[in-house]
Design a protein around this ligand. Structure first.
Ligand SMILES: *Cc1c(COP(=O)(O)O)cnc(C)c1O
Length: 405
């Protein structure tokens, strides 16, 4: 497929370029010291990702430890309730630890091991990335330092306990608003001082080059599996593929399998309580170009041009920007980005649970809600939805805020 002079047959070879740019987005806007560390990671990654030993070890881990390939399920009862369109879900909720995040954490930790590093460092907001990385660190016998805002530590007690049980060191960050932004700064600072022995592991297709590239590559297993499985099940490609977009890693993972196909692709952002700045986290829909956390992308800004406060019912989606590759594919028009609000999300959460026996993560329920909407509009055809994670982590919140419907 060729679109605006971009040939998707060779897309992955050309994007990002050697400096980490997808068009004007991406790059590495970091201090000279960190730049050196990023270059070290880039070089190691480019060497290792071509090594058959690294590839076969990652493949073995995915099969024996993570339980891959995850299946695709046909949502027969939900499809029937909506009309003639057939809905399918790629079951990342069945990946070990219950979401797609382990796909890149195992890759990043294996890279750390190959580089001879002894420690992995990361920040976490709601704790999902921290738990996935702590799992990978335990598997490989690496030390694990997770930086987390004091406010988040209080809110996310079960995930803090999980990280500690897995042997991670959870470091409380008490600067500023004591949430994700401050945790990112603290983690980067720690990394700057320790980069000889440690590697920084980002939680999505975000941050300075080479992270958006690396995380996309590690997550692309979702798309590779899904394309083959879907054709195997139905004999054809889906008409549409849908995924939720926070930072954008589960979406890039499944989308990468279908970019060169005649398939409509939809990235779904959280509209939260509404269109007022501060009530949503739909950065691609309402944001403008800007630099934050070491990369150029599309972001939501406040009146001073700083990252704006954002909100979503799904804590994994409340980030004021998205990965640079999403910004690029957005401008190019290859992927359509749309929004789903809290109410539609919660409806889809209960509908999928009741009709299919699958309790989705609230993040993933955004994609399910959009798939349901799209099914009614399309009238016929098939839709593949990436079910990025399971809803166990959201039980207390759902019961407290919405009760049992
Ligand atoms: C973290 C998370 C997301 C959002 O992250 P992306 O990088 O946008 O994929 C989505 N779903 C689940 C279940 C998550 O844990």
């Amino acid at each position: 497929m060729i679109l605006n002079n971009i040939d998707f047959e060779t897309y992955f070879k050309n994007y990002p370029d050697k400096d980490g740019y997808f068009g004007k987005y991406g790059g590495a806007y970091v201090s000279p010291e960190l730049k050196k560390a990023m270059e070290e990671i880039t070089e190691a990654y480019f060497t290792i990702c071509k090594s058959s030993k690294f590839i076969s070890e990652l493949r073995r881990i995915r099969h024996d430890f993570q339980g891959r390939p995850t299946p695709i399920s046909h949502l027969e009862r939900l499809s029937e309730s909506l009309g003639n369109v057939q809905l399918y879900v790629k079951r990342e909720d069945l990946n070990h630890t219950g979401a797609h995040k382990l796909n890149h954490c195992m890759g990043e930790a294996l890279l750390a091991k190959y580089m001879g590093k002894k420690k992995v460092i990361a920040e976490t907001g709601a704790g999902q990335h921290g738990v996935a990385l702590a799992t990978a660190a335990a598997y490989f016998g690496l030390q694990c330092d997770i930086y987390m805002g004091a406010v988040d530590i209080k809110k996310q007690a079960p995930n803090v306990a999980r990280m500690k049980i897995l042997g991670a060191n959870v470091i409380e960050v008490t600067e500023g608003l004591q949430t994700l932004k401050e945790a990112v700064d603290a983690a980067f600072n720690a990394y700057m001082n320790e980069y000889k022995d440690a590697i920084y592991c980002i939680g999505s297709v975000l941050g300075p080059h080479p992270f958006p590239l690396m995380v996309r590559d590690f997550q692309s297993v979702i798309g590779v599996e899904a394309r083959e499985q879907f054709i195997g099940m139905t004999g054809e490609l889906p008409d549409a593929v849908v995924a939720c977009v926070g930072g954008g890693s589960n979406a890039m993972g499944i989308f990468s399998g279908f970019l060169n196909d005649p398939v409509d692709i939809y990235g779904i952002e959280p509209l939260g309580r509404g269109t007022t700045l501060g009530d949503h986290a739909a950065s691609l829909k309402y944001g403008t170009e800007g630099i934050m956390h070491g990369f150029n992308s599309i972001m939501l800004k406040d009146e001073n041009g700083e990252p704006a406060p954002v909100y979503s019912v799904a804590s994994g989606l409340d980030y004021p920007s998205s990965g640079p590759e999403h910004a690029f594919l957005h401008d190019l028009g290859r992927i359509k980005y749309d929004v789903i609000n809290d109410e539609e999300t919660i409806d889809a959460f209960f509908t999928l649970s009741r009709l299919e026996g699958i309790i989705p993560a609230i993040e993933s329920a955004h994609a399910v809600a959009y798939g349901m909407k799209l099914a009614k509009e399309m009238g016929r055809g098939s839709i593949l939805i990436n079910l990025s994670g399971r809803g166990d982590k959201d039980m207390d919140y759902i019961i407290e805020k919405y009760g049992i419907r």
